[in-house]
Design a protein around this ligand. Structure first.
Ligand code: BES
Ligand code: MN
Ligand code: ZN
Length: 490
């Protein structure tokens, strides 16, 4: 998809012109508004957010057809709502069924800074148009994609800057979606590492290092290796580095769970629970792709991405319920449940991040607990942190990109539920499961180290209809955009 610019929306000879409409405001903002308004009854389209109406061949505009897209109430509608309305159009199937190759967007009535408008137009169009169709063998199953999007009626210069930014965030979010949507026989610890390396090669200045099993053994990452023991594919530790800031500045470290398939291990998951578990590397995919976007945007920050990648499978060497593992930190862990594996691979990655990089803040993200889905559903990420400023920064970052997060507490009185009678701790801590998982991770955070944890078990994969910029029944790519935003502003 390519973006270009035009002065007047009425003159663009596109297959379709999107005309954004504020709720109850009609089409007065457009020169051709009265002519279009005569084509439908007011009650047919009020401009409510999420609605659209197709109008065929009006002489008022050069485009073949017009799609009115609702923005909702004008006092609550800015670039974000415009982007979401655009995403809704691209997701609706109109591009595919009508084989629209050239779509124009009328920006005469758009409110907000042109740079923001450009960014949200690009993100809305690209992410709304996202489909994971690479695995269909037949051409007719592949979706038709729009090739050109013309932004018409705005200031081209500023719009262009915003589009350039939005193209990057959207493309890396789409990469993240691809990685999560890909089945686990195609994306495994080795191919995930290969993706990170190839991605880094395409971004000047972005470094990628893969630590293989012998090096992971040398680092004594016994918790990570314990999970990996049951898999024929050796563990990979993916390390990405972006140095866009001052040499002396401590970096932000992102750490993502790269569990390429979670069978549960000997505490095996029931079939229905196992089916979706290719997505258990969603936090890792987001970490990799956020670093890609940060590098591509040349953000003036230092940022690190660390992804422990393995599968959680069963064989004669797999760890057992009751096994005791020694983590890189030296702390010993009794395995209360082999399905609580995410925290085991993360705890060693957190130790590595602190020892190797002395980060000014660590944010880890993981599809960590089913309890997160129970508590917050699939649209709201769980946030836990030992620092209010970090938590506020993340809340701001999510809000800025139109995603949702909710902070949960980390009270120390739940921490003792992690105690074990034979080791320093066990890997399960009872209810509330999302919080005790985070409290487990916190045991690996050094004194004074700022840290936040994002549980994306629900939001990683959207199994219902599309929403905001998310696609339907497919990976969402969260939290790539919040992570880029946080890196830029924290
Ligand atoms: N990957 C799962 C969590 C998960 C569940 C993600 C559903 C997405 C959707 C994780 O490894 C897991 O199995 N967690 C267990 C922990 C329990 C054994 C303490 C869970 O939440 O049931
Ligand atoms: Mn598990
Ligand atoms: Zn898991």
């Amino acid at each position: 998809m390519k973006f270009d610019y035009a002065e007047k929306s009425a003159n663009v000879k596109a297959d379709a012109l999107l005309v954004p409409v504020y709720e109850g405001k009609g089409l007065n903002a457009y020169k051709y508004g009265a002519q279009l308004a005569a084509l439908y009854h007011k009650a047919d389209f009020e401009g409510k957010a999420g609605t659209q109406l197709l109008l065929h061949k009006s002489d008022a505009v050069a485009a073949d057809r017009v799609h009115l897209i609702g923005l909702g109430k004008s006092d609550k509608s800015g670039p974000q709502q415009l982007g979401e309305a655009i995403a809704g159009f691209f997701r609706s199937g109109a591009v595919n069924t009508s084989k629209l190759s050239h779509v124009a967007i009328a920006l005469e009535a758009a409110k907000g800074k042109d740079e923001e408008i450009g960014r949200w137009c690009a993100e809305g169009a690209l992410l709304g148009d996202y489909h994971f169709d690479v695995l269909f063998s037949k051409a007719d199953k592949k979706k038709h994609h729009a090739k050109t999007v013309t932004l018409a009626g705005g200031k081209a210069g500023k719009l262009k800057q915003g589009v350039a930014y939005g193209e990057v965030t959207a493309q890396y979010t789409a990469h993240c979606r691809d990685l999560v949507n890909e089945p686990s026989n195609r994306i495994n610890p080795a191919t995930l590492a290969k993706f990170a390396q190839d991605m880094a090669k395409a971004v000047p200045g972005l470094k990628c290092k893969i630590l293989h099993k012998p090096e992971i053994e040398k680092l004594k990452m016994g918790a990570f290796l314990g999970v990996n023991a049951g898999s024929d594919i050796p563990a990979h530790l993916i390390v990405l580095e972006w140095h866009g800031g001052k040499k002396s500045d401590a970096p932000i470290a992102y750490v993502g769970k790269g569990l390429c398939f979670d069978s549960g291990g000997y505490d095996i998951k029931p079939a229905a629970g196992m089916l979706g578990m290719k997505m258990d590397m969603g936090g890792g995919a987001a970490t990799i792709c956020a670093l890609g976007a940060i590098g591509k945007l040349k953000l003036k920050v230092n940022a690190i991405g660390i992804v422990p990648a393995t599968e959680n499978l069963i064989n004669g060497a797999a760890y057992h319920p009751g096994s005791v593992l020694t983590s890189m930190s030296g702390q010993t862990i009794e395995i209360g449940n082999t399905d609580a594996e995410g925290r085991l691979i993360l705890c060693d990655a957190l130790t590595y991040a602190q020892r190797e990089f002395k980060p000014r803040v660590i944010v880890d993200m993981a599809t960590l607990t089913g309890a997160q889905v129970v508590a917050l559903g699939n649209k709201v990420t769980g946030l836990m942190s030992n620092d209010d400023k970090v938590a506020n920064g993340l809340e701001k970052a999510f809000k800025a990109v139109g995603e949702e997060v909710w902070r949960l507490p980390l009270p120390d009185f739940y921490d003792k539920q992690l105690d074990s009678t034979i080791a320093d701790m066990q890997n399960i801590g009872g209810n509330p499961g999302t919080v005790t998982a985070a409290l487990f991770l916190q045991r690996f955070i050094d004194k004074g180290q700022k840290w936040a944890h994002l549980d994306i078990a629900g939001p990683c994969m959207n199994d219902s209809d599309g929403w905001r910029l998310w696609s339907s029944k497919s990976a969402t790519g969260t939290p790539v955009r919040p992570l880029v935003e946080f890196a830029e502003n924290y």
